[in-house]
Design a binder for this molecule. Structure first.
Ligand SMILES: C[S@@+](CC[C@H](N)C(=O)[O-])C[C@H]1O[C@@H](n2cnc3c(N)ncnc32)[C@H](O)[C@@H]1O
Length: 314
């Protein structure tokens, strides 16, 4: 365990300005309608792009901005400094949202946004270990202070069945069994500590997929979801968020793959069926061709939003 942990590099203290482009920006701001004023929550502040647009479009709003990644909090704090006390920053996972809001704020939220997954700042920083395109430590933790288990540690200790299940369920990887076997076999020769070691292992083990898609894409997605327990985080947010909304409060979620979108769609459908909320964007909204050309990351994004119509408790 000690040996495997040594692959981690210390976090850099002053992060670079953000490189992240917010996706579906005008559509998200329109759905959240910050011009109404009130308390807003950005549960995934990241580089602060959506938050900044909310604060500009809603001069009367107060914003609670949180992120699980301490660097994102530092970075967005700098970007949003000019809004002064209108913004409160929290370094926390959004699964804690219910307990983070004071009792006076629960049931009073005018708008809550979660823009799921990773930012470009995280993906492009090779020291974070999220990308198979650059060599770095096999880390992948969003919160390097609270989370103890990096991807390397997870792979060093998991059983072949567990690895197979993550690859198949979170990566929708057709060759999950073959890959899980290869990973466990590789452990006999030493731990997998670098992103390049894992990417090479995947490339040696399974055939190349569709043109342009690296064979390690699904493996890296699966591991990242497992390391950060992303689906459990999302389910917890979806359980808590409706009860935090005020009447006419809006809840907007941007997802990037079907595992996330399915959960959002089902939770929103149940809210609408209960009569407490109305669907603001039936079927969700996808990025335009122009946005996708300017920001390829927007290609898989889907925005869904509901509006609280009843004052009954959720
Ligand atoms: C796509 S980025 C958000 C970008 C942001 N909307 C912007 O305009 O810059 C996703 C962010 O969510 C954060 N995140 C992911 N899961 C989280 C969770 N469970 N709790 C809190 N933050 C989370 C990530 O650390 C990342 O900074």
């Amino acid at each position: 365990m000690i040996l495997v942990s040594r692959h981690l590099e210390p976090p850099s203290s002053t992060p670079e300005p953000t490189r992240h482009l917010p996706v579906l920006l005008p559509e998200t701001i329109a759905a959240l309608a910050p011009e109404r004023g009130g308390l807003f929550v950005d549960a995934t502040v990241g580089g602060g792009g959506h938050a900044e647009a909310l604060l500009e479009a809603g001069p009367e709003i107060r914003l609670i901005a949180l992120d699980r990644d301490a660097q994102a909090v530092t970075r967005s704090r700098t970007r949003l400094e000019r809004f002064g006390e209108r913004v409160q920053f929290l370094h926390a996972p959004f699964s804690a949202i219910g307990s983070l809001l004071g009792s006076g704020d629960r049931g009073r939220v005018a708008g809550l946004l979660a823009d799921l997954g990773l930012s470009s700042d995280q993906l492009d920083d090779r020291h974070r270990g999220f990308s198979f395109q650059q060599d770095g430590p096999l880390d992948m933790r969003m919160d390097r202070s609270a989370q103890k288990t990096s991807a390397a540690v997870l792979l060093a200790h998991a059983s072949e069945d567990e690895i197979e299940e993550w690859l198949s369920e979170y990566g929708e990887e057709r060759f999950s069994r073959r890959l899980a076997h290869a990973i466990v076999h590789q452990r006999r020769f030493g731990p997998l500590l670098r992103t390049s070691q894992l990417a090479d292992l995947v490339a040696r083990t399974i055939p190349r997929g569709r043109a342009g898609i690296h064979p390690a894409t699904r493996t890296f997605q699966a591991l990242r979801i497992a390391v950060n327990r992303e689906l459990g985080e999302l389910e917890s947010l979806l359980d808590q968020a409706p009860a935090l909304l005020a009447p006419d409060g809006r809840l907007a979620l941007i997802s990037f793959h079907s595992l996330e979108d399915r959960r959002v769609k089902e939770a929103f459908r149940a809210e609408v069926k209960s009569g407490r909320s109305a669907d603001l964007l039936p079927g969700g909204v996808r990025a335009s061709d122009a946005e996708t050309r300017a920001n390829p990351r927007a290609r898989s994004a889907r925005l869904r939003a509901i509006r609280r119509v009843s004052a009954e408790p959720a």
